[in-house]
Ligand binder design. Structure first.
Ligand code: SF4
Length: 704
């Protein structure tokens, strides 16, 4: 029997709606949902081939365990698997305390999955050791929004692309990483040839090909550039002083700092012509609607929070926020990094954008959950969590829907940490990830096309994810696994509230509880329900109980969610990359993405068609650097630094300055049988967001 089900693409934060076609219980096709506001029927190559990933031979179908680390995996029953996990976690907690266990989860999970993981750790066990791969992706955007605007809330919508007069794309390559957004930018340019597009990227990216101005800055010099642009805006009288006076604080202190960032100084720091800096500032300042879009190039930096603050400053200084076509717009990496943040699924957050460090917020959540308290001690963020596994401070870890053995920086250290862990549980859809090699217990989870729940995309739009087919074998939904485990663990710990903490019969019951935690908060969704999303389609938050529609744009009234209602300029200074190049490691390696692969390739790596463009990772180098090393396109080379090494094929690429290299981050042991870019990336972290500098490493490249 044929059927069709509306759902959402599981790859990037654009959040495209899809229609899944099925026949006799199998997924047979996928097409873009013409009714979904994010994509209006379009899909990129990854989304359009989702159906080809549905029957992967690498799926984990049954619970499996290893008697010894590295040994063969043996099938066992769900009851036995979850009882064993509950016993091991309970024993560890009783012996070493709640902070001896940790959960490392994923921006690919549904909001409902995230919610129960968070409640399990912070409500039942009493540890804040729950962090996520969103730490690698969006945490600097979160911290940047909170430092300047007061809340983790992207103020813009995709429709602002259609209305912008200037689009500043910095540290992002939407042509490749967010293709459906880029199609909309191309449409806007076609409809309005006067639209100015400025791209800031160390290399001439695919997005830069559309740009009217490309600023090929030195990796890590973003703050210098943004301070330099503000310098010009001030010098040329383009600051909206009335807006600054009425709606912001801290401008005078930053103005004093940017006095030192003249175009000549910034040209030197960034390695771009001073005239281009002046031109970009004039375009941005003179425009009636300037929109900035940014992603990992700003976020994955040891000063990622201030990179974000720097670009937001330009909007606050010119009043280019809360207006059609204007505002700072972070592009979300993963499909549900936003939803995870909404339920507080990070080691320093609580549900509904509450802060762990705020005693009132902790008390509110404890009351909502019906537990005596939520612990005050911050949990370990991603990089520190794995370092603590290595030292033995954390002894047992539960990893869900992510592959840290490949995706975390300084890969050798992460693998040593996993090897050192006393107990590793992996809740996964795929059994062949690098992390699976370290798992003592593997729990099969449902995947795209099978899952149910909700996700939130970059423009705050919540969409239902619907199941079209049943999971294979004995795989279960992520939330179901967590709830079953939590009930068993609660009983073993003799937790007073164990029976009533996890009463859910379905994902909708979890959504309804999450919804109640948002009442009165900036992301209030008390007006939303599954049935209403069914009837009205995807909706943007906030959507309070008395609303008839979600909000397209935030801060239109110039009031911000800070104590005094004003946005804040932050006194920021240029900082170099965490790791400087040297005689020993003279090349600046920047990591990026390919159009047809997604993250660690667990899903896209199984589709032959997605290798048509490039079938292996290629490291791009400047011709001079190639000649100097005796390298020609197609040669294999060894890329090394103090942390590790990888072997990769070299390709000459135009648009890359001397001394810089670029390579995609997708490949690892799973599909290349050698280490990927994270063999050499740095685990230096931003002090505010704790996001690591995955984007840049200093390396040497030699002919093999
Ligand atoms: Fe999926 Fe992102 Fe492509 Fe849309 S743009 S189809 S969400 S990968």
């Amino acid at each position: 029997m044929k059927n069709e089900v509306k759902s959402t693409c599981c790859y990037c934060g654009v959040g495209c709606g899809v229609v899944i076609e099925t026949e006799d219980g199998r997924i047979t096709g996928v097409r873009g949902d013409p009714d979904h506001p994010a994509n209006r029927g379009r899909l990129c190559t990854k989304g359009a081939t989702l159906h080809l990933t549905a029957d992967s031979t690498y799926r984990l179908r049954y619970p499996e365990k290893r008697a010894v680390r590295g040994g063969a995996r043996q099938r066992l029953a769900w009851d036995a698997a979850l009882d064993e996990a509950a016993s091991r976690f309970a024993e560890t907690i009783r012996t070493h305390g709640p902070d001896s266990v940790a959960f490392y989860i994923s921006g690919q999970l549904m909001t409902e999955d995230y919610y129960v993981f968070n409640k399990l750790a912070k409500g039942l066990i009493g540890t804040n050791n729950v962090d996520t791969n969103s730490r690698l992706c969006m945490s600097s955007a979160v911290a940047g929004y909170k430092q300047t605007l007061g809340a983790d809330a992207p103020p813009c919508s995709y429709e602002d692309i259609d209305q912008a007069k200037v689009i500043l794309i910095a540290g992002a390559n939407p042509a490749i990483a967010h293709p459906i957004i880029f199609r909309r930018i191309e449409d806007a340019k076609a409809a309005n040839p006067e639209l100015k597009i400025i791209v800031v990227d160390p290399r001439r990216s695919e997005s830069a090909e559309l740009a009217d101005l490309h600023l090929a800055i030195q990796p890590g010099s973003d703050i210098a550039l943004f301070n330099g642009l503000l310098h010009v805006l001030i010098a040329e009288g383009m600051v909206d002083l009335d807006y600054v006076e009425a709606h912001t604080t801290g401008f005078a202190a930053l103005k004093e700092i940017v006095r030192n960032y003249s175009p000549a100084v910034v040209a030197d720091l960034c390695g771009v012509p001073a005239a281009d800096i002046v031109k970009a500032a004039r375009w941005f300042g003179a425009s009636k609607a300037s929109l900035s879009m940014y992603c990992q190039g700003l976020n994955q930096s040891a000063h990622g929070t201030h990179n974000n603050a720097g670009i937001i400053h330009l909007h606050l200084a010119t009043g280019q926020i809360g207006k059609p076509g204007a505002g700072p717009f972070s592009l979300t990496g993963q499909p549900n990094a936003m939803g995870g943040r909404e339920v507080g699924g990070l080691a320093n957050l609580l549900s509904a954008h509450r802060d762990l460090g705020n005693p009132e917020h902790r008390a509110e959540i404890a009351k909502l959950w019906g537990v005596p308290f939520v612990p005050a001690k911050p949990g370990k963020s991603a990089v520190d969590l794995f370092k603590s596994l290595k030292t033995g401070e954390i002894k047992a870890v539960w990893i869900a829907c992510t592959n840290p053995a490949q995706s975390l920086p300084n890969q050798a250290a992460v693998r040593e940490a996993l090897q050192a862990a006393e107990y590793v549980v992996l809740q996964e859809a795929y059994g062949n990830t690098d992390t699976a090699d370290y798992a003592d217990l593997l729990l099969p989870a449902s995947a795209w096309g099978e899952k149910q729940g909700t996700v939130t995309n970059s423009e705050r739009r919540i969409t239902r994810v619907r199941s079209a087919v049943l999971p294979p074998g004995e795989a279960r939904h992520d939330w179901e696994i967590v709830v079953d485990f939590a009930r068993r663990l609660g009983a073993k710990l003799e937790h007073a509230a164990a029976d009533r903490l996890f009463p859910y019969a379905d994902a909708e019951a979890i959504f309804n509880e999450h919804r109640e935690t948002t009442r009165g908060r900036d992301l209030d969704i008390t007006g939303l329900s599954y049935s209403q999303l069914e009837a009205q389609g995807p909706q943007q938050w906030p959507y309070p109980a008395d609303a008839t529609a979600g909000r397209t744009r935030l801060y239109e009234d110039g009031r911000f969610p800070t104590a005094d209602g004003k946005a804040r300029f932050v006194a920021i200074e240029h900082l170099p990359t965490a790791e400087a190049t040297s005689l020993e490691f003279p090349i600046s390696l920047v990591s990026g993405r390919m159009r047809d692969q997604w993250h660690g390739m667990s899903r896209t790596g199984t589709v032959p068609r997605l290798f048509n463009l490039e079938d292996e990772p290629l490291l791009a180098l400047h011709p001079c650097d190639m000649r100097h090393r005796g390298l020609a396109t197609g040669d294999l080379a060894r890329v090394t630094n103090a942390r590790g090494a990888m072997v990769v094929r070299i390709a000459e690429r135009v648009g890359l300055k001397k001394g810089r290299a670029w390579m995609p981050m997708h490949w690892g042991n799973q599909f290349m049988n050698t280490a990927g870019s994270n063999a050499v990336t740095s685990d230096a972290i931003d002090p505010y967001s704790m996001q690591p500098e995955l984007k840049h490493a200093a390396v040497q490249i030699t002919r093999l």
